[in-house]
Design a protein around this ligand. Structure first.
Ligand code: GLC
Ligand code: GLC
Length: 813
């Protein structure tokens, strides 16, 4: 069953039934001020850090689900009936309910008893505020006497503390109301210099104390003040400050009115907090003009148009037209959009990530660049430098850093031995996209220690060498706390309930080795060699190549199981991911990544490995992590065996790593298989099975339950996952084959045999490439013509004569 449909022309997904299997969310904001918003207006907002600067409160895993958000109520003052045009929280039976999730905005509306209302929610570019534009239209043939109410519940900034520290928090809440604007200023009197505000374009009544608005023992579904039709101008002291506005509207038949609400975050310089100085009143001189501006309709509309232009341009960097609608809409719209969300949020705030747990992951954020760097390279550059600054002098990395302080997170620590290599992967993606070699010269500290600055290039060298001094008994890289698979904790041996598998190490870790890291090392080593070569460091480049080749030999000798690549050796030197194992005989990561890295292409191992993955791990809903699933908890394996079979890392379909196999298939020249795997997890292609899949059909989820789970095919943990970047990268750069290289744009498609071809537009280093591929045979041999001239090979030279447009036609045979 479907709960809506794609509107590709408007780049929207239109949800037409409010009770979706799970809240289907969207993100507001794409720079510093963010919000999540569900299809029924649930969600919350924050500034930069979802834990430390939370503007509005949200209760995760609440009953009922997704309760609390940006709620609007309408009240018919003649009948006293009230309802929410977004369905939640009142749940009236609405006509023409529709939620349009678009690029950085969401419009939710419906009609109820002849009154149509919809609200457009968005964050203007470069501002730390969100606009709600409510339009109410009277379709009755009589006058309508209505009140509109808008409400939010403030969070007392630190979302973790807000949800736990009630003995203090029930006493600290403070607001000011001036000229009808509600200012939330809890803790402003002491150490904070920021506040939130909630404003309305029309004069009217307000409430700021939650109990005054909701009434005793009531929820958002029937606030007492809405029921009575009049807010009481309450001023919060302690307890739970909220913001609620009331606007009375009399609409003639056919008449429409627009009301604008603005919710925002503002900082004052520490010595200009109060006005007059010495008082306790917020200095509002810099915020007032901002509020006034966006309460004006022309300004709000103009800001919305700017947002649209921004996305038009951002997505315009790559557009494709293939015979497959699901490919087109994911590549052109939603997958790229999701890459922006993962870049911004890392894994911090979604319906599954509560915003209080995780900072920005080192490996995650580097991988996210693969799908993001072409959209806003300047921000990718900044991110790379931030990440590198958290690197440790050893070349190792803090596993995570906090976005607000940009410092490594001590609680989580480091020692995930794959981490450093992802920096090479991220930087290489940046160089390939931009050709901006200057980044390698940027002085970057280690562990943010002033005085320790070295050029970024040196960070890459240390990343690479990190592994060389951490090799195990077989010469394979030691795994440390874990590698890409956070749950393969071979040195952990945890038998204490509740202990974190990722932060507990009680073995020295001198034995357990990872074949996956070996593959990553080979891959990163060759990328680094190319970079060194281009910088004129031929000798260094050949060293990297030699180290990579040596590791390849070790993989061939100790990392090959006969029909596929082994996964690891455990703390006792026993094999993991071998046919000899009882469970966990074959894993996706080592096979996917080794083949992606080009290992075994010549001697047939790659072919065997991909065939083995196809036979043992592929299902109709995607490729599972391993088989057979672990049926019980193994002390020596860690968290992977803590999950019931079929979920998450224990044989779930981890959508992040499926693209490694897709890329592996393209390296074998098998476009049919690559695109088939791509389609199995493509959310748009799964739209029809919405009741099984359950997550949003417009974005990837981290995991789909594997075949060992009773819920085989059910997705979880949508939005914030490396799946976004890797699938984008696999389809664009390897299947469509429009690939960035250090030397320019390469065109080497490995597409399905039955595709007659495709066309694409790619803006690359200031030049627009118009690409048209035609299939004239069933293979992958490409003949390219560039602006009418046939060229040798698949690399399109960057024009040196100032041309800004290049036409590329390719014939596949
Ligand atoms: C999660 C983590 C990622 C890890 C993966 C596999 O997606 O964010 O870092 O690689 O799980 O465990
Ligand atoms: C759990 C999850 C894994 C995630 C990790 C993050 O181990 O299974 O997917 O990467 O937590 O800490």
């Amino acid at each position: 069953m479907k709960y809506g449909h794609f509107d590709d022309a408007r780049r929207e997904y239109v949800i037409t039934q409010p009770d979706t299997p799970l809240p289907w969310i969207n993100y507001l904001g794409c720079q510093a001020y963010f919000g999540i918003i569900s299809n029924t207006a649930g969600g919350y907002s924050f500034y930069r850090d979802a834990r430390l600067r939370r503007l509005t409160r949200y209760r995760y895993n609440n009953v009922p689900l997704d309760y609390g958000g940006r709620y609007i109520y309408l009240r018919d003052n003649e009948t006293r009936e009230f309802w929410s045009p977004s369905w939640q929280p009142t749940q009236n039976e609405l006509q023409d309910y529709a939620c349009r999730h678009g690029m950085g905005y969401t419009i939710i509306g419906s009609t109820y008893k002849g009154i149509e209302a919809h609200t457009r929610y968005f964050v203007p570019l470069d501002e730390n505020l969100e606009i709600w534009q409510l339009t109410v239209t009277n379709h009755r043939n009589t006058k309508a006497v209505l009140s509109a109410f808008a409400s939010i519940e403030f969070c007392l900034w630190d979302a973790q503390d807000d949800a736990t520290n009630f003995q203090r928090n029930f006493n600290t809440g403070q607001v000011e109301v001036e000229d009808g604007v509600i200012y939330h200023k809890t803790e402003y009197r002491e150490r904070r210099n920021h506040f939130a505000y909630f404003a309305c374009s029309e004069p009217g009544r307000f409430d700021t104390q939650r109990e005054a608005f909701l009434g005793r023992y009531r929820g958002w579904d029937r606030p007492a003040a809405v029921e009575s039709g009049e807010l009481s101008n309450s001023i919060a002291h302690g307890w739970s400050p909220i913001g609620a506005h009331q606007v009375n509207l009399e609409l003639a038949p056919g008449e429409s009115r627009e009301v604008i609400f603005v919710l925002g975050y503002h900082e004052n310089p520490v010595d200009e907090k109060f006005d007059p100085p010495g008082s306790q009143i917020i200095d509002k001189r810099t915020v007032k003009p901002l509020i006034a501006k966006y309460l004006r309709r022309e300004e709000a509309d103009a800001a919305f148009e700017q947002l649209r232009d921004y996305w038009e341009q951002t997505l315009g960097v790559f557009q494709v037209n293939t015979p497959d609608i699901h490919t087109n809409r994911m590549v052109n719209i939603w997958n790229a959009y999701q890459c922006m969300a993962t870049f911004n949020m890392s894994r911090s705030a979604s319906f599954y990530e509560s915003g209080i747990g995780r900072g920005l992951g080192f490996r995650d954020s580097n991988q996210d660049l693969l799908g993001f760097v072409h959209m806003v390279p300047t921000r990718a550059r900044e991110r790379i430098l931030d990440l590198a600054a958290t690197q440790l002098p050893t070349g190792g990395a803090y596993h995570q850093y906090q976005p607000l302080t940009k410092r490594g997170n001590n609680d989580i620590g480091g020692g995930f031995n794959d981490d450093p290599h992802w920096l090479i992967v991220g930087v290489s993606a940046y160089l390939k996209e931009t050709g901006d070699w200057s980044i390698l010269e940027e002085p970057v500290p280690y562990d943010n220690e002033t005085g320790s600055e070295q050029p970024l290039y040196e960070h890459l060298q240390r990343s690479f060498r990190y592994t060389l001094s951490r090799l195990g008994p077989h010469g394979l890289p030691l795994i440390g706390r874990a590698d890409w698979n956070d749950c393969l904790n071979l040195n952990c041996f945890s038998d204490t309930p509740g202990q974190s598998f990722q932060t507990t190490t009680n073995r020295e870790g001198k034995v357990a080795e990872s074949v996956f890291i070996a593959g990553l090392f080979v891959y990163a080593g060759r990328e680094l060699a190319e970079i060194a070569q281009r910088r004129g460091l031929a000798q260094e480049a050949s060293q990297y190549r030699a180290e990579a080749a040596k590791m390849e030999d070790v993989i061939n000798e100790h990392g090959w199981d006969g029909n596929w690549f082994l996964r690891a050796y455990d703390n006792f030197g026993a094999k993991i991911g071998s046919n000899e194992c009882e469970e966990g005989k074959i894993f996706i990561e080592s096979n996917g990544f080794c083949v992606l890295a080009g290992i075994g292409l010549e001697d047939g191992k790659a072919l065997k490995a991909m065939d083995a993955v196809g036979e043992n791990l592929a299902t109709k809903h995607g490729i599972v992590v391993q088989q057979p699933a672990y049926s019980k908890y193994y002390l020596q394996l860690g968290e992977i065996s803590s999950y019931p079979p079929g979920y998450k890392e224990n044989a779930g379909i981890f959508c992040h790593v499926n693209p490694w196999v897709m890329i592996g298939e393209t390296r074998l020249g098998r476009g049919d298989a690559a695109h088939d795997y791509y389609s199995r997890i493509n959310p748009s292609a799964r739209e029809e099975i919405g009741d099984l899949h359950r997550c949003e059909p417009y974005v990837y989820a981290q995991m789909i339950a594997g075949k060992d789970a009773p819920t085989f095919g059910e997705a979880k943990n949508s939005w914030l996952t490396g799946t976004a970047a890797w699938n984008y990268y696999a389809i664009v750069q390897w299947i469509l084959g429009v690939r960035t290289t250090l030397n320019g744009l390469q065109i080497a498609p490995v597409i399905p045999k039955n595709w007659p071809g495709f066309t694409a537009t790619r803006m690359f280093r200031g030049v627009t490439y118009r690409i048209s591929i035609e299939r004239k045979g069933s293979g992958n041999d490409i003949g390219l013509t560039v602006d009418g001239q046939q060229i040798e090979g698949s690399l399109v030279p960057v024009p040196t004569d100032g041309r800004r447009e290049v036409g590329v036609t390719g014939v596949l045979r």
